[in-house]
Design a protein around this ligand. Structure first.
Ligand code: BTN
Length: 257
């Protein structure tokens, strides 16, 4: 029997505002670690930086996992990273597809975004919680509307149609393995593996943290999972995920977000 922690309790919903919002309500009602909430459609899907996550019914995996980590909040920067790795690995277990990671938590195929992750956290009755919300584009043939980042889907990248349930099963396994090893070993192994799956490092990026955008070179990640950059005047800076977005300086490679 395969060992599984996350996703054993599965609450499958039809249309909902946001699985992350619903996960928070269920947490208050007593849902515990490992519960996953999925929906076939969200009417108010949320993305990072107060953006929206738009979907059409049954074309994506829309899932929120409830976590109750033992590690202290200084290590929680590892969660978006391990979730990104788990998504990448789960997709690649279904079909061969070339994917890479963009800090802090986007999964890309070339210059296009195939999956996004929204990690929210807090305390409830003195106990810490994290909700890892994951949206993966699976079966879209086209996307309508305006996107800050050009989107893509598994179908467009590989020709393979995928039942969201199939990806959920694969993802619950990859996420369980990574989360369990993070609980005992912390961020070190995750940070190292994440960097191997990213194309960002050594490249110029235009960083937007609310003030004027500025060009820096992405150098690496800190043990906490923050981004290390070097500015044009040679200063090294640590960037935290909160309010930052960036675009690559080379427009042909642009995959900002
Ligand atoms: C991003 O790329 O900005 C993060 C997008 C996260 C979207 C997922 S879909 C399931 C879960 N529920 C939400 O409302 N958002 C996340």
């Amino acid at each position: 029997m395969e060992w599984l922690l996350l996703g054993v309790q599965h609450i499958a919903l039809d249309t909902i505002d946001s699985t992350n919002a619903r996960a928070r309500e269920l947490l208050r009602d007593g849902a515990g670690e490992g519960t996953v909430i999925t929906a076939s459609h969200q009417t108010a899907g949320r993305g990072r930086l107060d953006r929206r996550w738009i979907d059409k019914p049954n074309q994506s995996l829309l899932a929120s996992y409830i976590l109750e980590p033992m590690r202290s909040p200084e290590d929680w920067g590892g969660i978006p990273l391990l979730a990104g790795l788990a998504v990448l690995q789960a997709l690649q277990s279904i079909t061969p597809v070339n994917l890479h990671l963009k800090w802090p938590n986007d999964v890309l195929a070339g210059t296009r975004k195939i999956a996004g992750i929204l990690v929210e956290s807090g305390m409830l009755s003195g106990r810490p919680w994290i909700i890892a919300g994951i949206g993966v584009n699976l079966n879209q043939r086209e996307f309508e509307g305006e996107y800050r980042l050009p989107p893509t889907s598994l179908l467009l990248e590989s020709g393979r149609w995928c039942d969201p349930e199939e990806l959920l099963t694969a993802l619950s396994k990859t996420l369980s393995l990574r989360y369990t090893s993070w609980q005992t070993e912390g961020n070190g192994p995750i940070v190292e593996e994440w960097m191997r799956h990213s194309l960002m490092f050594g490249r110029s990026i235009s960083l937007d943290d609310g003030d004027a955008a500025r060009v820096v070179v992405a150098e690496g990640l800190t043990p906490e999972g923050a981004l290390l950059v070097r500015s044009v005047d040679g200063r090294e800076e640590t960037i935290y995920a909160g309010d930052v977005s960036f675009t690559y300086e080379d427009p042909a490679e642009n995959a900002g977000g």
